[in-house]
Design a protein around this ligand. Structure first.
Ligand code: ADP
Ligand code: MN
Length: 250
C-alpha cells in the first residue's frame, strides 16, 4: 500500500489531517489521478482541513467525512469509472442548464457534480433543509455535514419517527417548494435520500431536473408514488392525483 501512504504523506504535507488510517482501503478506486487533483485544489483553497473515514459507498459516488476548521463536511466524490454513466445522460440532456454537455465520460461526471451543486444551491436558497453546498471541483462536491460527532443523521428508513403523518406533510411541503420556488423535481426521492433528525432533510440531488425537462412530470409522479408507497405503511396518505395537484398548484 505504498501508493496510499504516499497519498497520505502528500495530503498531510498540505496540512490536512488524516483522521482515520483504516479508511485507506476504500480509497482504492476512488482516488484516481483526476480526483487527487481536485482534492489538492480544494485543500489548497483551504476548503478542507481534515479528511475522515468513508460515510457511504454508493453506485456512483463515495461520501467521506471531512472538516474545515471544525465545521463538519460531507465530501462526495463521483467515481469517474461509474457504472451508471449512460443513465446520467438523459437527466443532463433534457435540462437546459446542461444540455450542451457532450463528450467524454469525464466531462459528463464533472457536469453531474456541478449539477448537484446547483440543485442543492437552489433548494438551499429557498429555505428547504438540504446540505448547504460549499464548493465543487471536477468530480468532488463539498457540502455541510448533516450529523453529529462524525455520524450522519439516519436515513428516513432507519429513523425513529414519532408522527409519520406530520413528517409526510413536511416532506410534501418541501417537494412543493422545490417545485414552485426552486423550480426543480428531485427525481430520486425515497426513504434513502431523506435524512431525519428532528425534521427531514432532502439529500442526493445530482439527478434533480428543472421543470422544463421533458421528463420532469414523469419524474414528479415517480417521486410521489415512492413517497406514498413508503408512508402508506405508517399513516394515511392522500391519493396520488391529489398530492400532485397540491405540489403543482393546479
Ligand atoms: P448516493 O448517490 O451514493 O446515493 P447520497 O448523496 O445519497 O449518494 O449519499 C449517500 C449517503 O451518504 C447518504 O445516505 C448519507 O448517509 C450520507 N450523506 C450524503 N450526504 C451527506 C451529508 N451532507 N451529511 C451527512 N451524510 C451525508
Ligand atoms: Mn442516495
Amino acid at each position: 500500500n505504498d501508493e496510499y501512504e504516499q497519498f497520505d504523506r502528500e495530503i498531510e504535507a498540505m496540512g490536512v489531517r488524516i483522521k482515520d488510517a483504516d479508511a485507506v482501503k476504500v480509497r482504492d478506486d476512488v482516488f484516481d489521478e483526476v480526483t487527487l487533483m481536485a482534492l489538492y485544489k480544494l485543500v489548497h483553497k483551504k476548503l478542507i482541513s481534515a479528511i475522515g473515514g468513508p460515510i457511504s459507498t454508493g453506485k456512483e459516488a463515495n461520501v467521506f467525512y471531512g472538516e474545515r476548521d471544525g465545521l463538519g463536511l460531507a465530501i462526495k466524490i463521483y467515481r469517474i469509472q461509474t457504472a451508471n454513466f449512460k443513465a446520467m445522460n438523459e437527466y443532463l440532456a433534457g435540462d437546459r442548464r446542461f444540455s450542451s454537455v457532450r463528450g467524454t465520460r469525464k466531462a459528463l461526471i464533472f457536469a453531474w457534480t456541478k449539477k448537484e451543486y446547483s440543485n442543492l444551491a437552489r433548494a438551499h436558497e429557498v429555505g428547504i433543509p438540504v446540505p448547504e453546498p460549499l464548493a465543487f471541483d471536477r468530480n468532488i462536491l463539498l457540502m455541510t455535514f448533516l450529523g453529529e460527532d462524525e455520524v450522519p443523521y439516519p436515513q428516513l428508513r432507519n429513523a425513529a419517527v414519532e408522527d409519520y403523518g406530520a413528517v409526510y406533510g413536511t416532506i410534501l411541503d418541501y417537494i412543493k417548494r422545490l417545485y414552485q420556488e426552486a423550480r426543480l423535481v428531485h427525481a430520486d426521492l425515497s426513504e434513502y435520500n431523506i435524512l431525519y433528525h428532528e425534521k427531514p432533510y432532502l439529500i442526493d440531488m445530482g439527478q434533480a431536473v428543472t421543470l422544463d425537462h421533458p421528463r420532469a412530470p414523469a419524474f414528479l409522479i415517480r417521486d410521489v408514488k415512492n413517497l406514498n408507497r413508503y408512508f402508506s405503511r405508517y399513516c394515511d396518505v392522500p391519493d396520488e392525483e391529489e398530492v400532485l395537484r397540491a405540489i403543482t398548484g393546479t
